[in-house]
Ligand binder design. Structure first.
Ligand SMILES: NC(=O)c1ccc[n+]([C@@H]2O[C@H](COP(=O)([O-])OP(=O)(O)OC[C@H]3O[C@@H](n4cnc5c(N)ncnc54)[C@H](OP(=O)(O)O)[C@@H]3O)[C@@H](O)[C@H]2O)c1
Length: 252
């Protein structure tokens, strides 16, 4: 069992669900995100569920801040890099802020994971585990999502390289590729889809669910099961792998 876990993007959504899952097992959690108030609320939820939590307000884009957080942590058994942002970045957009959005998504979703591993891998001993949260959009392209797809595809390359680099130290690096997860990010995605197709939110959601073989979105708690499996010290098979958690969107 992973006892000491650092989670980025812990203030809500998937990261929060990972924290609460491990809280119930009495874990010591380090919660990292930018919103200190939300992190404090999750820390209270962790305590109520039987775990311990310290909050670390910081951006994964800020290497200096991450190093400072790392210096305050004596040791870790696992790291889950769930921090991420999404957004549409159409290549033919006339808006100059699309370039800024492209940079921000890459900085957060790809470089942010690199920064996270750089800062916290030194805190892991033999048997340590790192899970990077990619996406099904790290497996295939979606028009208008160039930045997000590039970041999430890049993350899988990063996973493979870091896995081979760190396994000699006994550290296991893997990734997960969730499909639609019912969080704020998915709701924003559905809103963007509804707007671009000029359809209602309900219809956009219906169309999104329709392309998932199991015909539904997943709850963050369901995704945590796959992440927990990759964090399990008994699991020594997975090295540099990406676990698809998507209800059959990607299939062999
Ligand atoms: N929802 C989906 O359908 C879906 C599907 C596949 C993959 N994913 C991936 O799953 C991960 C979690 O997403 P979610 O659905 O839980 O989204 P969410 O509800 O929007 O949560 C995103 C989390 O990332 C944190 N974050 C964003 N930018 C950050 C930064 N610069 N530094 C530190 N933390 C930052 C946010 O906290 P603060 O705002 O407090 O910083 C928040 O805790 C992301 O990597 C996402 O790409 C999501």
């Amino acid at each position: 069992m992973t006892h000491r876990l650092l989670i980025t993007g812990a203030s809500r959504g998937l990261g929060r669900a990972v924290a609460l899952n491990f809280a119930a097992q009495g874990a010591e959690l380090h919660l990292l995100g930018r919103d200190e108030g939300l992190l404090a609320t999750v820390a209270e939820e962790v305590a109520a569920a039987g775990g311990k939590a310290k909050v670390h307000p910081a951006s994964v884009t800020d290497r200096v801040a991450l190093r400072a957080v790392s210096e305050r942590i004596p040791g870790l058994d696992g790291v889950v890099a769930a921090a991420g942002i999404s957004g549409v970045t159409p290549v033919d957009s006339e808006l100059s802020n699309v370039d800024d959005a492209f940079d921000e998504i890459l900085q957060t979703d790809l470089t942010g994971c690199w920064n996270t591993v750089r800062a916290f891998a030194p805190k892991l001993g033999v048997g340590g585990r790192i899970v990077l949260v990619s996406s099904v959009l790290g497996r295939f392209g979606v028009p208008g999502y160039g930045a997000y797809c590039a970041a999430k595809h890049g993350l899988l390359g990063l996973t493979k390289a870091l896995a081979l680099e760190l396994i000699p130290k006994g550290i296991y690096v893997n990734a997960v590729a969730p499909g639609w997860v019912d969080t704020a990010m998915a709701q924003t995605g559905i809103r963007a889809m509804a707007q671009s197709m000029d359809i209602s939110l309900e219809e956009a959601r219906r169309r999104a669910e329709e392309v998932v073989p199991v015909q539904r979105f997943f709850q963050p708690e369901e995704i945590t099961r796959g992440i927990a499996w990759l964090l399990d010290p008994a699991n020594t098979m997975q090295v540099g792998q990406c676990l698809n958690l998507d209800g059959g969107v990607l299939h062999v």
